[in-house]
Design a protein around this ligand. Structure first.
Ligand code: G4P
Length: 294
C-alpha cells in the first residue's frame, strides 16, 4: 500500500516529519502520554514509533470506541497492554462512557513520579498529559468530552513554549489542548486491511468489492452466524472457490442490488456491507485479538 495516498488527510513525508518534531518538543513538557487507539483494532491503530518518542514518560492507553468493539475481546486487549506496563481503560469518548476512570488511570500511571515529587516537597502540582493517536481515533472528541464545557484553558505558562494551551481538568491533571497526531504503520497487509475496514483510509483508492469480500470472510470465520442473522442469507460457502464473492452475491440478491439489465450490482452490495459494518449495524465487532499478533 502506498503510504502517501492512504488517508483522508494529506500524508507526505514533510508533514509527518514536522508532526513528529512538534511531538518531540511537547514530550519535554509533559509527564504522561495518553494514547488513544481504536478498540476494534488496538494493535493496528497504534503507531509503534510512539514507544521511542515517549521514552521515559508514563503511559496510558485508552481503548476508544469501545461501544463499537466486542466487549470480550476488548477485555483481552486491556490485559494485553496492562501486561506490557500500560495503564489501560476502555472508553466511549462520544457518549462519555468510561471517562470517569481516566483521571485515576493518569494518576496510577504517574504514581512513581508523584512519589518522587512528594519526597522533594512538591505537592499538588497537576500532572501534564498529552493526547496522541492516529487520525480518526477520536482525539478531539475525547479532549472535548473529557474537559467538558465548564473547564477553562489555563493559558500560557512561564517556561512553556509560547502558544501552548493547557486545559485544567481538575486539581490533578491538565491536558495539552493540541493532540499529537501519529500515522498508522502499514507493517503488513493485514494491518492495512483492518485500517481500511474501519474507514481510516480514503475509500476512493480502495476496491470496495475486494474490501467487502474479505470482510465477509473474516466475519464468517470469527463471528459465525452473524452474516446469516443480519442479512438473512445462507452463510455456508463450503465448496465455493471464492467464499467472499459468493457471500457478496447472496447479499446483492437479498438486498435487490441490481443493475439496469438485471445483473447483480456487486459494488452497491459491497458499499452497503462496509457501511453497515462501520455503523455497527452488523454488530459490535473486533477485527483483531491479541493472539493474532505474531
Ligand atoms: P481525531 O481527532 O482523532 O481525528 O478523531 P475525532 O475526534 O474527530 O473522531 C473521529 C470520529 O469518531 C467522529 O465521528 C467521532 O464522533 C467518532 N468517535 C470518537 N470517539 C468515539 C467513540 O468512542 N465511539 C463512537 N461510536 N464514535 C466515536 P464523525 O462521524 O467523523 O463525526 P460525527 O458524526 O461525530 O460528527
Amino acid at each position: 500500500m502506498n503510504e502517501s495516498k492512504t488517508n483522508n488527510i494529506n500524508w507526505y513525508p514533510g508533514h509527518m516529519a514536522k508532526a513528529k518534531r512538534l511531538m518531540q518538543e511537547d514530550m519535554k513538557i509533559i509527564d504522561v502520554v495518553v494514547e488513544l487507539v481504536d478498540a476494534r483494532i488496538p494493535y493496528s491503530s497504534k503507531n509503534p514509533d510512539i514507544d521511542t518518542l515517549a521514552q521515559g514518560k508514563s503511559r496510558v492507553i485508552l481503548l476508544n470506541k469501545a461501544d463499537m468493539a466486542d466487549a470480550a475481546v476488548t477485555a483481552l486487549w486491556k490485559t494485553y497492554y496492562e501486561e506490557k506496563g500500560f495503564t489501560v481503560a476502555a472508553i466511549n469518548a462520544r457518549s462519555g462512557n468510561g471517562l470517569s476512570a481516566v483521571t485515576d488511570c493518569i494518576t496510577t500511571a504517574c504514581k512513581e513520579k508523584l512519589e518522587r515529587d512528594r519526597k522533594r516537597g512538591i505537592m499538588n502540582r497537576p500532572l501534564r498529559a498529552m493526547i496522541v493517536g492516529i487520525p480518526n481515533v477520536g482525539k478531539s472528541t475525547f479532549i472535548n468530552s473529557f474537559s467538558g464545557k465548564a473547564v477553562a484553558k489555563t493559558g500560557n505558562k512561564p517556561g512553556v513554549t509560547k502558544g501552548k494551551q493547557w486545559i485544567r481538568l481538575n486539581k490533578s491533571v491538565e491536558l495539552l489542548d493540541t493532540p499529537g497526531i501519529l500515522w498508522p504503520k502499514f507493517e503488513s497487509q493485514a494491518i492495512g486491511q483492518r485500517i481500511a475496514w474501519i474507514g481510516s483510509i480514503n475509500d476512493q483508492i480502495l476496491v470496495t468489492t475486494d474490501m467487502a469480500e474479505k470482510l465477509l470472510c473474516f466475519l464468517a470465520d470469527r463471528y459465525p452466524g452473524i452474516i446469516a442473522e443480519h442479512y438473512g442469507i445462507e452463510e455456508n460457502t463450503e465448496g465455493s472457490e471464492h467464499p467472499g464473492a459468493e457471500l457478496l452475491s447472496r447479499i446483492a440478491t437479498r438486498r435487490g442490488c441490481l443493475k439496469k439489465g438485471g445483473e447483480l450490482d456487486l459494488e452497491r452490495a459491497a458499499a452497503l456491507t462496509v457501511d453497515e459494518f462501520r455503523n455497527v449495524k452488523i454488530g459490535r465487532i473486533s477485527l483483531e485479538k491479541p493472539s493474532d499478533i505474531g
